[in-house]
Design a protein around this ligand. Sequence first.
Ligand code: ATP
Ligand code: MG
Length: 235
Amino acid sequence: MATNNVVIIQCEDEYFESINLAEKIYIRMPGCSVFLICDEFDPSYTEKVMLAGIRKVLQFPIDSITLNENLETAYFLEKSRMENVESGTTTSVQSQMITVFSTKGGIGRTTVAVNLAVALSKKGKKFAIIDADLQFGDVNVFFDLDPKETIAVLTEGKDSSDMDAIRRVMGLHFSGVSIICAPKSPEYAEYITPDMVDAMIDTMRPFYDYIILDTPPVFNDISMVPLRMQTCFYV
Ligand SMILES: Nc1ncnc2c1ncn2[C@@H]1O[C@H](COP(=O)(O)OP(=O)(O)OP(=O)(O)O)[C@@H](O)[C@H]1O
Ligand SMILES: [Mg+2]
C-alpha cells in the first residue's frame, strides 16, 4: 500500500530544477502530493507546473492556517485517490446519495449534513454536498465559505450535465468536501428546476463516494428529487 505524504519544495528562481524534481516525485511516489512554495510565482510556468503534477503553488508570506488547510486538503484528496486506485474502483464508482430532510425548520438538518460530510471525508471518502435549500440555504456558512458562484449559474444551457461547469461552481473545504452552494438570493431559486438537479446529480455520481443533499423544510419539486431516489435520512 502506498503511503501518503506531502512534499513542499521551496523554489527561489530555479524553476526548472524544482519542477523536474516535482515531476520525478509525482511519477515515482504515488500517494505523495507536491507543493511548490516561492516568493513570487512566474505565471509562464503554470503549464509546466500542471504537467509535473504539482498539487498547489503557494507564495510567501503564507500564514500557518492557510498552509495547514492546503496540506490537509492535499493529503485527504491524495489519500482517497490512492484508496480508489488500490481498490480498483476508479471507473465503476457510483456515489451513494444521502438526503437530510425534515418538515420542521431549524431542527438540525444542515448540521447533520455538514458534519456527516466532513467526518466521513476525513476517513478518506470523497464527498460532495449540494445545498438544495434553494431559498435560504446556509451550508456555505457552516463551511465558512463565501462562494463566488452558486448552483444558480448552472441554469444556462447544458451546464448541469457538464462536470467541468459543475466543478467551476464548487467550493472545496479543507476536509476534502466539495460544496455546491445555494443561490445568494432567494429569487434565483425559481430558475432551478428538478430536471436540472436530477441532471446535476447524475453527472456527479461517478466522481464521488457520497453525495449529500441538504433540503428545505418543505415538500417541493426540488426536495422531491432526492426523496424519489429513496435515499433519505430523516431528522
Ligand atoms: N444536536 C444539536 N444540539 C443542539 N443544537 C443543535 C443541534 N443540531 C443543530 N443545532 C443548532 O440548531 C440550529 C439550527 O440548526 P440547523 O441550521 O442545522 O437546522 P436546519 O434544520 O438546517 O435549519 P433551517 O430550517 O434553517 O435550514 C443551529 O444553531 C445549530 O447550531
Ligand atoms: Mg438548514
